[in-house]
Design a protein. Structure first.
Lengths: 289, 341
């Protein structure tokens, strides 16, 4: 019988290098920016986002969906947005999208008796179930979730954004920016994943047939920009005419898109649409408290 | 003259693309019949987004149903026709219309994909055979498979397949089924629903095993069909609730959502209902369900569909010509850049 050499045996015996206990592990508090204020509920949650940025003395997420949900969580829990030395037990945390169960952020990490990680799908579902009873508000919310997300994904895919912008938005490794090969490889790999967000590639398989000279994806994006502009205008009118709680939640969600696009994607076609709604953009920035 | 390129053959628009049918209805409602022609080209290369319908006007090309609706809404004939144009309506109505159009395009479309491609009986006996009418030799071989694969992947979004994923699931939807290996196979799987692999001991035992696996497959398909009906019911309820909201009627009634004529989102819904409950399909489980569950909506939409089909029958259809034909020669020319659309 074949004898396993001692070196190989020792190597395999050394695995696992570290034993991870089954106990409740705590999130590393160093990376968490806590909301300010005290909530009535004892719930403890952390929203994991792509990256964070400083807006005045506030810390906010960089991508539109995370920013929208940070505003909603802050509003619902009667907190104010995170600062460097926030006092509550809830907060936001930048992490790699590869750490998410489905390779996309945000995810909500609830740390009560048991840790519960909620993906965007569950967060959206819970928001509608617990807060929306008006049929009209549900329809508008679903339009934002579906169409705004799609057009944002298309903007990332089509606009050929500099690596620096992608790095700021999604927390990609900044240190490799000077190395062309590593930078382009990382960018290509990342954009391949972006196409899968919101199941965009799956819902539009014909746009990704690349063996012809026509750039279907770019053409589709250009047509969708016009639709986004029209829908945004209608939603702004809807929000100006309704001030109930459900409309406020939708406004926070839309504000996430407006602020993030204004800060990072201003030079894009999507940015042009957002900037053209100056008054509403101003109202969105007013929500950052 | 306007040219509408659609999926179809011999003056008939295909069930595989309700968007093409809705676009044709829209044109027939708005324009005089001599102002447009419908070309049953079934050639997606004509489109800038690789998808039909395409409307070619004197100065531009409009790709997809939404762009065609925008063009028609801006046309002078739109307000005088039997069509509800969102142009002159209130912002609230426009927003609701946009939401419902999005609902039909993203959700009801998946139900239609399930009915035509993922439902074995309908796919094997109807949908797959359609493509031999649309494409000349040898183009008809790979197309149905491509559509089928796309549809099977898409229906997973609504949980209508064996491997469940959710609508906002971003990764697992793209994983191919993992091939069975020594370490990963159905015997070792701890999923209770997984069928245990048994080795046939005799020819009689083998027959029993085959019969058992067929029964399981049929049960799984029934389960998916039921789920499909639940989802369809949910989406139709959205229209019924909107009707109640806008027209202040009770939930048992159904009619036009916005005033006295159909809007673009309603036309698209009727086109999907026409496709879902077509008499040409061998498995008409959707039709039976709709007749039982949504009597008012079905009777109203059937009446509308009959009127729209009548007005469409007067329109001029023509088969594709020259470069419009989806032939191998044209395909190669398009790939090489010698043919441009």
């Amino acid at each position: 019988m074949l004898q396993v050499p001692q070196t190989i045996k020792t190597f395999f015996d050394a695995v696992p290098v570290k034993n991870i206990s089954n106990d409740h592990t705590k999130l590393d508090d160093i990376n968490i920016y806590h909301f300010q204020g005290t909530s009535n509920s004892q719930a403890k949650f952390t929203l994991a986002v792509f990256n964070t940025t400083q807006e005045g003395d506030l810390i906010i997420p960089t991508d539109p969906i995370s920013l929208g949900y940070t505003l909603i969580l802050s509003h619902k829990s009667k907190f104010t947005l995170p600062k460097e030395n926030g006092s509550s037990n809830c907060g936001i945390m930048a992490m790699s999208h590869l750490g998410s169960p489905n390779n996309v952020l945000p995810v909500l990490i609830e740390d009560d008796n048991l840790r519960n990680i909620k993906t965007l799908d569950s967060i959206n579902h819970d928001l509608i179930e617990n807060n929306f009873d008006s049929h009209e508000a549900k329809l508008v919310n679903s339009l934002v979730d579906s169409k705004f997300y799609d057009v944002w994904v298309q903007c990332i895919l089509n606009e050929d954004l500099p690596y620096k912008v992608l790095s700021e938005l999604f927390g990609l490794d900044e240190t490799i920016e000077g190395n062309v090969v590593l930078r382009e490889t990382q960018k290509y790999e990342f954009l391949t994943q972006v196409a899968n967000w919101n199941s965009f590639k799956l819902r539009h398989p014909t746009l990704f047939e690349q063996w012809t000279r026509t750039n279907y994806l770019k053409n589709y994006y250009e047509s969708q920009i016009g639709e986004f502009a029209k829908d945004l205008q209608l939603i702004i009118e809807y929000l100006n005419n309704n001030s109930d709680e459900q409309s406020t939640l939708i406004k926070h969600k839309v504000a996430g898109y407006m602020i993030s696009i204004d800060k990072f994607l201003k030079s894009t076609k999507l940015g042009d649409v957002v900037v053209s709604q100056g008054e509403f953009l101003h109202q969105c920035y007013d929500l950052l408290v | 003259m306007l040219q509408l390129h659609v999926w179809g053959v011999d003056g008939e628009i295909s069930l595989i693309s309700p968007e093409c049918l809705a676009s044709a209805w829209l044109l027939s409602l708005v324009f005089p019949k001599n102002d447009f022609e419908i070309v049953t080209s079934s050639n997606t290369n004509i489109s800038d987004i690789n998808k039909l319908p395409v409307l070619i006007t004197d100065d531009k090309k409009l790709n997809g149903f939404s762009e065609i609706v925008d063009f028609i809404d801006g046309n002078k004939f739109a307000n005088e026709s039997g069509y509800w144009s969102s142009r002159a309506s209130s912002p609230r109505e426009k927003l609701i219309h946009s939401c419902l159009l999005n609902l039909v395009e993203t959700r009801v479309d998946v139900i239609n994909q399930y009915n035509l491609y993922s439902n074995t009986k309908n796919y094997e006996k109807y949908t797959r055979k359609l493509f031999q009418n649309y494409f000349p030799f040898p183009m008809m071989y790979n197309q149905p498979l491509k559509f089928h694969n796309n549809a099977v992947a898409q229906v997973k979004l609504l949980g209508l397949s064996k491997n469940k994923t959710s609508f906002f699931d971003f990764t697992t939807t793209f994983q191919e089924e993992v091939a069975e290996t020594e370490y990963f196979n159905s015997e070792l799987s701890d999923d209770e629903d997984e069928e245990e692999k048994e080795v046939a001991l005799s020819s009689l035992h083998e027959k029993q095993l085959i019969a058992k696996s067929k029964t399981k497959a049929a049960l799984l398909e029934s389960k998916n069909s039921l789920r499909c009906l639940v989802l369809l019911n949910h989406y139709l309820q959205e229209f019924i609730k909107t009707f109640k909201l806008l027209q202040n009627e009770n939930e048992n009634a159904f009619g036009y959502l916005f005033g006295g004529s159909p809007s673009a989102c309603e036309l698209l819904l009727y086109a999907y209902l026409h496709s879902l409950s077509s008499e040409k399909l061998p498995d008409r489980f959707v039709s039976s369900y709709l007749d039982l569950k949504h009597e008012k909506l079905v009777s109203f939409s059937k009446e509308q569909i009959n009127n729209l089909q009548k007005s469409l029958s007067n329109s001029s259809f023509r088969p594709p010509q020259g470069a419009e034909i989806p032939s191998l020669f044209n395909e190669v020319g398009y790939l090489l850049g010698s043919i441009k659309y």
